[in-house]
Write a protein that binds this ligand. Structure first.
Ligand SMILES: [Zn+2]
Length: 272
């Protein structure tokens, strides 16, 4: 019995020592300059190239912390490369550039598929009729600990400024999940925070009306699905087509600028 207790004690001590040394190594890494080789890999990311130096520094720090802690898991035979991890982490970090670099610490893993992946769906209508089906997705935020992404769709988002960016989309959902949906569910908002929801709701209703009228919209019509999708799709456009977004949605743009703490409409344009 004594031997067993001693063995357990030694194991616990070994784990504690390992954790302390890992924490020290991580802290040391975060103090080192962002590797130039990584910056070279990120040259493919137009949003990264546009970052003002002060914002870039914060984005790099958060991206690095995310890379240290989050498990990137290749699915359906995909081998996740350093470049993929960097491109995902850096774009995600854009959303929390002005926050604590620990903003994404709840996230445990990012699962990456080579292309769209299929999820099983089960829907029950108001009469209790259940429809079973499947649908292809380019991204999915399962809960606060897991995000699923399609690499093909991430790459497609790098080649044009069409307001399509699945990384920004899913990590915006992640931020919403971290507040238990309060960002998009007015009923869950803290007292006094209803101005946020009023602005979001008004812009959402305007998108729904425009989609109903069959108009072309700056925000993806998928945003008319519900307020959570609206917040995620509006976030994509806020970053990717910032100047047009500010001109077309002045109030929402100002609200997202305050929320994300950056104004991409002011960042210099770069050739794609
Ligand atoms: Zn979504």
């Amino acid at each position: 019995m004594t031997t067993l207790w001693m063995l357990a004690g030694v194991t616990v001590l070994a784990i504690v020592a390992w954790r302390i040394s890992r924490a020290r190594r991580r802290a040391r890494e975060l103090r080192e300059p962002f590797p130039e080789a990584w910056r070279a890999l990120l040259a493919r990311v137009p949003l990264y190239r546009r970052l003002p130096p002060a914002v870039r520094e914060r984005v790099e720090l958060t991206a690095r912390r995310l890379l240290q802690r989050v498990h990137f898991i290749g699915c359906a035979g995909l081998a996740v490369t350093d470049e993929m991890r960097l491109i995902i982490a850096t774009q995600a970090a854009l959303l929390v550039a002005h926050r604590d670099p620990r903003a994404f610490d709840a996230l445990h893993s990012v699962l990456v598929y080579p292309a769209e992946f299929v999820v099983e769906d089960r829907e029950e209508d108001e009469y209790g009729l259940v429809t079973q089906g499947s649908r292809p997705l380019s991204g999915q935020t399962i809960d606060v600990s897991r995000i699923v992404l399609s690499w093909e769709d991430i790459e497609a988002g790098l080649t044009s400024d069409d307001g399509y960016n699945v990384v920004l989309h899913e990590f915006a959902h992640h931020l919403d999940h971290l507040t238990d949906g309060a960002l998009t569910d007015g009923g869950k908002l803290a007292p006094g925070a209803d101005a946020w929801h009023r602005t979001l709701e008004a812009a959402y209703e305007a998108l729904c009306d425009a989609v109903d009228r069959g108009e072309d919209t700056l925000i993806d019509p998928y945003g008319a699905e519900d307020l959570t999708e609206f917040f995620a799709t509006a976030t994509e456009v806020f970053f990717e087509r910032a100047a047009e977004f500010r001109a077309a949605h002045r109030q929402l743009s100002a609200q997202l600028r305050d929320f994300y703490g950056v104004d991409p409409a002011d960042w210099p344009e770069v050739a794609r």
